[in-house]
Unconditional design. Structure first.
Length: 405
């Protein structure tokens, strides 16, 4: 380098100096022997001492006897890492031969402190480790939810191939080895598989979507079962997968059927109850009309006759008649025979009607499909209950007299 090298460095055009000062790297100019002639202010600040006149390899902490040995270790145009300090720091060095109008020979040393890059690298490593841990936690959580799901659940690709299945799916449709890799359409009936295929092809949402129609699937024994489908399309870096959930609706359908049958029974009971109520209302209406008719046709005329009758005995007779009619309307006959009849069983009352009608013991047995001996036993019980046991009164005569009167 010429004798006016320092002056040449001092006279660097201002635009070039501004360019060098804007670099984040450390820029140093040396002469042909490696002696520093000029350096940017950032370099001086970093090393904390005057640099001009010092050898480049000295400030970089490299042992060299001269520029030739230094260049042999760190050839020009290459990028070299030079360690410094005890904490593992390093520089990146690149030597560029200098020639031109400002100096006859020399070098530009571009020195980069790698500490910020190391810190950034460590920071990225920490973030990557955190992301990997978070991903592992997410995978573990997904697997836990996937495995614990009560409903059969599959992961399938766009070609309908089953990628994974949970234990509920394996219990219902077969072991994982028989499901994995096979088309999930195979577990559905022919008609339902068309519907599922259409959902695969048209599903565009990234949130779980339940489909209303009830589908038919076949379990591991080949039995058809009703299922409800829920599908979730998930976009991954490597492609798209479908989260397919199936709910076995067998029990729910059975409950709905039972509920419908119960509803029909209740409806039938309501109809029967309405019929009974209508019948009761009709009977009440008939009783009211019958009561009014008896009052008009019997009691009121008897009252008129009693009022007009001058003979006391006749008035008393009309009074007794009116009282009996009113008692009859109130359901109070006052007749001892009626009270005795209440003690008889329905079968005994039926036999009494046949006896009063003049039917023989054998004929009554035929009509009631019982033996004549059974009829005779009933006759004995009837006489006992009516208080005729031990009396010389025939049962037919007694019944004709009581019922006829």
């Amino acid at each position: 380098m010429s004798s006016n090298t320092d002056d040449n460095f001092d006279r660097l055009p201002e635009p070039i100096s501004e360019v060098f000062e804007s670099f984040s790297d450390f820029i140093l100019f040396t002469d042909g022997g490696g002696r520093i002639c000029s350096a940017s202010a950032r370099v001086v600040e970093f090393f904390g001492c005057p640099l001009k006149g010092r050898q480049l390899w000295d400030i970089l902490g490299v042992e060299a006897s001269g520029i030739d040995e230094f260049i042999a270790a760190y050839p020009v145009a290459g990028v070299h890492e030079i360690p410094y300090g005890e904490d593992g720091g390093s520089y990146s060095l690149r030597l560029i031969p200098l020639a031109g109008p400002y100096c006859s020979e020399g070098y530009v040393a571009v020195v980069t402190n790698n500490a910020p890059f190391v810190e950034l690298h460590e920071s990225y490593e920490e973030r990557i480790e955190d992301n990997i841990a978070a991903l592992a936690d997410s995978v573990a959580l997904f697997n836990a939810l996937f495995e614990a799901a009560q409903d059969p659940t599959f992961l399938a690709d766009s070609a309908f191939r089953i990628l994974s299945s949970n234990p509920a799916a394996e219990r219902l449709f077969g072991r994982s080895c028989t499901l994995s890799g096979n088309s999930c359409l195979n577990i559905f009936s022919a008609e339902s598989s068309k519907v599922v295929r259409r959902h695969f092809e048209t599903c565009t949402t990234d949130i779980p979507v339940p489909f209303d129609e009830l589908l038919t699937a076949r379990n591991c024994t080949g039995k058809e079962i009703p299922v409800e489908l829920t599908m979730h399309k998930v976009r991954l870096q490597s492609g798209t997968v479908f989260h397919v959930g199936l709910r076995d609706m067998t029990d729910i359908q059975r409950l709905e059927t039972g509920l419908e049958e119960t509803r029909e029974q209740v409806d039938g009971m309501n109809v029967a109850l309405r019929t009974v109520i209508e019948s009761v209302e009709e009977e009440k209406k008939d009783m009211h009309e019958d009561f009014a008719l008896q009052v008009r046709e019997q009691i009121l005329p008897a009252l008129d006759r009693m009022i007009k009758e001058p003979v006391p005995q006749m008035r008393r007779s009309f009074g007794r008649f009116i009282k009996e009619r009113l008692s009859a309307l109130a359901g109070e006959t006052g007749d001892q025979f009626e009270e005795l009849l209440l003690k008889l069983t329905p079968r005994e009352v039926e036999i009494c009607r046949y006896i009063e009608a003049g039917k023989s013991t054998e004929r009554i047995g035929e009509l009631l499909s019982i033996t004549a001996d059974t009829v005779r036993t009933h006759r004995k019980n009837i006489r006992r209950k009516l208080g005729l046991q031990g009396k010389r009164v025939s049962l037919i005569s007694y019944l004709k007299h009581q019922i006829g009167s």
